[in-house]
Design a protein around this ligand. Sequence first.
Ligand code: FPP
Length: 241
Amino acid sequence: MTCPAPPHHIAIVMDGNGRWATRRFLPRVAGHRQGVESLRRCVRACVARGVRVLTVFAFSSENWSRPKDEVSGLMELMALALGREVPRLRDDGVRLYFVGDRAALSDRIASGLAQAEAATAGNDKLLLNVCFNYGGRWDITQAAARLAQKNEPITEASLGRALALAHVPDPDLFIRTGGEQRISNFLLWQSAYSEFVFSDRLWPEFDEAALDDAIDAFHKRERRFGQTSAQVAGADGLTTA
Ligand code: FPP
């Protein structure tokens, strides 16, 4: 029996860090720290399974409204993770790319992101897009504003090319952990035809088996992209290339 190809691009809302920590009487930022461990495990599992692009939501445009100590904890964690994880990712063949509005970030974080991208630019096993100070509405707005500034007509194709994730195809599989079933302003444009899998696992507990469950669920879906089942199966001779 041949194994079906893995999804080319997986996107993940890594939800549930706060609850994981609170249940253990730990500060919420301890959950985010554990979330970094879970992300490392997930990246390695994606490389092992042949996934080519992984896009994760690490800090949303709306997360600035969290308590000050949690926001500064997340910024500090990003700085720490850059120092610790980038050499590992580089050795594992992972290319890092950060997506989001960098203007609001401190110089230290912004230059850390640029250095991490440069240090891993030669890698091609897996492209890891880390969405940081990102929101789907921000992305669509900045794309439209750039086109307007250049006096370019706004079409689906031109807007798509101006979006922050134009360097990758749209996600095939969109996973949200933590039991909630919403998009929360992640990849609004790009998830138009993604398959959604919602996992009850909190992100720190999302392991290889949970990833495989999500990939199995994805393989059971019929992706029709607006066509009928018969067209997808090629049964009525109408399917186009
Ligand atoms: C959502 O869980 C998670 C986040 C807002 C942050 C995700 C960040 C990581 C997994 C760590 C990697 C990030 C950096 C900065 C290197 P939540 O806090 O909303 O959890 P809850 O729903 O249980 O409260």
